[in-house]
Design a protein around this ligand. Structure first.
Ligand code: GLN
Length: 241
């Protein structure tokens, strides 16, 4: 399953988490430590989005073989979200299927899968209009969930509440789904755990939330399963879904 991470705080380079950390996202792409439910590596794509912007760059393929990303990674940012992808069986491998998904304000990533896709969540799709469906980034579970979620965010729903609501709806319709989400608008960062791991590190410079710990800093705390985390650079709040 995919690995993802997000950071909020004083400006740091994208390279610090993409390449430089001992268990960077690059390392997690070929040597992840805690993959579950199929998949051994994350080589089907990668993406990073950063603020101000957000500016988003994503490609199918392997993160380590992209010289353009190495150049871009010198960028320093106060808020970003990045992911590497292990495509769920049956889903397309393409640039547009890679996280982060964005609508110009938000960055979103999904680590997991919707069980019984697409039939189990046909009801959710009915809340969308034909334009939403025709402009979905890719015919994947993650892109559909993002299309549903972005409409709710546009309508002014609280981001953590919107994630929790989505987890509940999908888990009701498809109980064996895996639904670890990350969402940020550059000011607040929120995420869920639903069958995959998520860790948080709160430091003076800012907060990092990641599928796997990036280093052996003893400050990393595991977010329990079936919880929602909401963070800004100075506070982290974790509560059950
Ligand atoms: N199901 C999503 C996809 O195929 C996410 C995959 C994952 O978490 N491994 O893109």
């Amino acid at each position: 399953m995919c690995r993802h991470l997000a950071y909020l705080g004083t400006a740091v380079s994208l390279a610090s988490v993409l390449y430089d950390a001992p268990h960077s996202l690059e390392h997690q792409s070929y040597a992840p430590a805690d993959m579950r439910a199929g998949g051994t590596v994350n080589v089907d794509g990668y993406g990073v989005g950063w603020f101000p912007g957000p500016v988003r760059y994503r490609r199918a393929g392997t993160l380590w073989s992209d010289p353009n990303l190495r150049q871009l990674a010198a960028t320093e940012s106060t808020a970003f979200l990045a992911a590497v992808r292990s495509a769920t069986v049956g889903m397309p491998v393409s640039d547009a299927a890679c996280a982060p998904f964005t609508d110009g304000t938000w960055l979103f990533s999904h680590n997991g899968r919707v069980d019984g896709w697409p039939g189990t969540v046909a009801g959710l799709a009915k809340t969308l209009d034909v334009t939403d469906l025709l402009t979905m980034d890719a015919p994947t579970d993650s892109a559909l969930l993002w299309t549903v979620l972005r409409r709710r965010l546009e309508a002014g729903k609280d981001p953590a509440e919107a994630l929790v609501e989505l987890v509940r709806e999908v888990a009701d319709a498809a109980p064996k789904s895996r639904l670890n989400f990350l969402l940020t608008n550059g000011k607040v960062l929120t995420g869920t755990t639903w069958t995959h791991t998520l860790w948080v590190l709160q430091e003076e410079q800012g907060v990092t939330i990641a599928s796997e710990r990036l280093d052996d800093d003893p400050g990393w705390r595991e977010i329990p399963d079936r919880h929602v985390v909401t963070a800004d650079p100075s506070t982290v709040e974790v509560r059950p879904i």
